[in-house]
Design a binder for this molecule. Sequence first.
Ligand SMILES: [Zn+2]
Ligand SMILES: [Zn+2]
Length: 260
Amino acid sequence: MSFLVDYHMHTSFSDGSDTYPAYLEKARKKDLAEIGFTDHITLNPVDWSVQEIDYPVMKENLKSLCNDFSEDVQVRFGIEVDYFEGRELELKQLIAYFPADYVIGSVHFLGDWNFDTDRSLYGKWPNDVLYKRYFKQVQNAAKSGLFDVIGHFDLIKKLQCWPEHDQTELYEETLKILKEADVVMELNTSGIYRPCGEFFPNRKILEMAAKIGVPLTLGSDAHKPEQVARHFDQAVELLKETGYTRITRFRNRQRGEILL
Ligand SMILES: [Zn+2]
Ligand SMILES: [Zn+2]
């Protein structure tokens, strides 16, 4: 697997459970070519994001790892940033602080509701309404020009929030916006361990994305070292089956390609 990348992981700087060296050690064992650390950065700090006081030390530590070319596994500077509609300028300034190789834009909130950890509001609206609201945010995140990658494309399903009606049109409309905005989608393997029980996104969406030509990268969303590159064999097989022949790599917010 020495050609592969894992571009989505969290350390104890945000809500992960270990330090950079522990993840690197695991990545070496998994024979990865590159890994990217993507701790959570939010405009309004929450307990699962990097605290502002830690920004300088995170920046310094991660930057020096990225500049260490003696390693077999190359390290990339990523951040996972929450998108908030109407706050694009603040987000732009926040992102500019970090010398990122790539920026993942994620939607974990609908309004103030942190829907992927807080179950309390499910049932208040039809799930189809939540899908519409969620994917509108994903579309706006893609169009904002702030992000290189959209994180866990269909996260709204995480806690088994399944749509009442077929959402193919909404997925297709959103994927076309990603394509037009030239934003990369990730195949995030963590979903298989969540109540939804499948990757973000699922096979059907991947097939549509491949047809539309949405570029793709790969991430485990590891929150512990042992989760690095989890289910990557299965993920690569799925990508090939759905029509993907290459994945995207990043450095200094410029792209390269890895053939599968
Ligand atoms: Zn996330
Ligand atoms: Zn994440």
